[in-house]
Design a protein around this ligand. Sequence first.
Ligand code: 26V
Length: 824
Amino acid sequence: MSNFDPDTFKHDYLGTEPDDIQLSINNRLVYTIGKDPYTAVAHDWLQALSYITRDRLIERWMETHRSYYRTGAKRVYYLSMEFLIGRSLNNALLNIGFRENCEEALKQLGLDLEELQQLEYDAALGNGGLGRLAACIMDSISTLDLPGTGYGIRYEYGMFRQAIEDGKQIELPENWLAAGNPWEFPRPEVVYKVRFGGQVMEYQAPDGQRRHSWIEGDEVLAMAYDTPIPGFHTETVNNLRLWSAKASHDFDLECFNQGDYIRAVADKTISENLSKVLYPDDRSSENQELRLRQQYFFVSASLQDILRRFLQINSDFQDLPEKIAIQLNDTHPAISIPELMRLLLDEYHLQWRDAWDITTRTFSYTNHTLLPEALESWPVGLLERLLPRHMQIIYEINRRFLLTVTHLHPDDITLLQRMSLIEEEGGKKVRMAHLAIVGSHKVNGVSELHSNLLQEKTFSDFHEFFPDRFINITNGVTPRRWLNEANPILSQLISGAIGSEWIKDLGQLERLQPLADDSEFQQRFLEAKRANKARLADLIMFYMRVTVDPDSLFDVQIKRIHEYKRQMLNVLRIIALYLRICENPDYDAPARTVILAGKSAPGYQMAKLTIRLINDVASIIDSDPAVAGRLKLVFIPNYDVSTACDIIPAAELSQQISTAGMEASGTGNMKLALNGALTMGTLDGANIEIRERVGPENFFTFGLTAEEIQKKRRLGYDPHQVYESDPELKRIIDMIGQGYFSPEEPKRYHTIVDNLLHKGDHFMVLADYHSYMESDAQMCALYRDQKAWAKAAILNTANMSHFSCDRTVQEYAEKVWSIKPPIR
Ligand code: 26V
């Protein structure tokens, strides 16, 4: 420790006036980037601008952490395999109120801020909803001044880039770090050893206790990279700490000394491969040893870091649950539970009962999916080989847990089998969700319906056993990125009407309710939407060379491609509209542009085929003069956070059409409604709560309920009967099956048709088709009355306050973490 006094330290050019900014940018360009204004390319200016923005976060960041140490505040650690952050520059500029002056300074330098912003890579360290939720939660933790740190993996290759070639998805690697990442601080001094393999040694301690020690095996180093997470208009800047794998030097040296240079270097890449690439959301593929290694790698490093920090100002582990809370974002980090037990037992020599009490009071677990194929389970054999001590501890947790179950329900063997942490059939496996539930004090689902289904179906035995453990915390989205930043036009309109408090307090939006009937406000709301549609149309022209009419209805479905999300149902609807217009030129429907976007997991054949079908249908529609100017279908490639920010403000209709009971929550549904899109949706996930709040008359509801779906499944559902009884539907499916959209390969879509008609239509697409088409007709009727539509759209925006992630995080802080902002 030096005797450094923070008050004596001040960066000499942190001014925020345009002149100060210019000076800062020029300095950075020359002294950090090593370019002069004559040779600098646009990307150099972006880097310089990012550095000078970052400079203005650093003092707050340091002071935030000094205040946490000073006050000894309880902290939350958010453990997530995914953080889908997107771009950082604009977010930081707006959060510190620095954007306008930057824009001015850049203008004086002959540069355009928006153009520079576009050059920033998205930090796409996540697949979709779960990863983006983690990013929204971090934003809210900082904005609410809560002491929180995110822990995850610094993937060198995040989400792949999606290109469309001949209608097909192609995956391209995206080296987002290639040009350097100005938002991260490498911490080469913060490294931890992470062990894999080896064996467990049992020994007798001098006090007579039996102890365990995990020895030998291979070691990998985890090195920290820190990214500041600024809150909006607050001094709080929290930290996102991501781990990168480095080869362990001791290990390498041994090989060097034996003269095997090639092996040493090769082994180094094997270890460093650990943080090389994000796993795509492929819910069916199994046996992914590397993924388990990734999980333990970041969990082990994070827990070592958390305990080191705890021990700096505490000495008694009994205080751990009063000082820290650890949130598990799905079961991906659930190996934390046996890992904390191992540390407390083997390294710090606590008794089992104390260690277990501390562990369960520290952890809590969020479940994000009910789909059985997405519930993680790891083969016991794999765990025994990679993490032998953890496997022992899991067995002991299970033994003690099942004893307590037996105590309450003697003789109920099937109950024991159902609740066991070990699945016995088909090769022993550890059920990670059971481990997470047993090892946590709170378990939450992410929407009311989802939490109810968790409690009543998927984990009903656990809910009976631990009734107080289960709660609901409905997801939310940050209004900073998803309204203020993505939609400046609407944001200005709103702030002009009710002030700008809504950005931090979304409840303020309710003050827009009376304006829903105000003709002038309606007009301006429609104009804002029209301007955003024109902007999106320009982007589509620029990137895809495709013309879309900004005066047509923008009908949008944007999300990962999954059978349960039913992009297929949308395709059936689009073909129906196409046929109706072709056959009846007077068919009364608004001119419409249907926009789809989303990635398929690289190995998910049905999802890839769906993308291809969408593109095939799009080109048939495109080349048919009969529907020109009336119907257009566009698949926007490479859906990511930045693309979402371009599409969402322009959407008028939001498609949220999953099979009821299958979408845990959805968050795109919230972003779209917040931006004044009306939802066409099933009673699934958070759709139900959105509908309740915006009013059923401002929401197009269709389809079977979760309960009806279950009932239909039980009683036996026959899609063929639906097909036979609806001539239009029959015709559409036959067209797809007979190659109308793929004349050069008529059988291209056989598997799709086969799934719908002969394999039971598991996602009940046909069952909801009729109701979906009716809902579309109702929607068209409302759209014809633009004043009524504007009113409904305003009421959507006005009633979305519940879906701010600030509310979500506030609920976690109160009901799960017991944390408050520290008193500075
Ligand atoms: C599954 C897998 C399977 C193995 C390979 C890697 C991987 C990565 C992600 C996933 C899916 C995790 C579950 C998930 O993303 N759930 C979504 O969570 C959102 C936030 O709560 C919620 O809004 C969505 O409805 C839900 O699908």
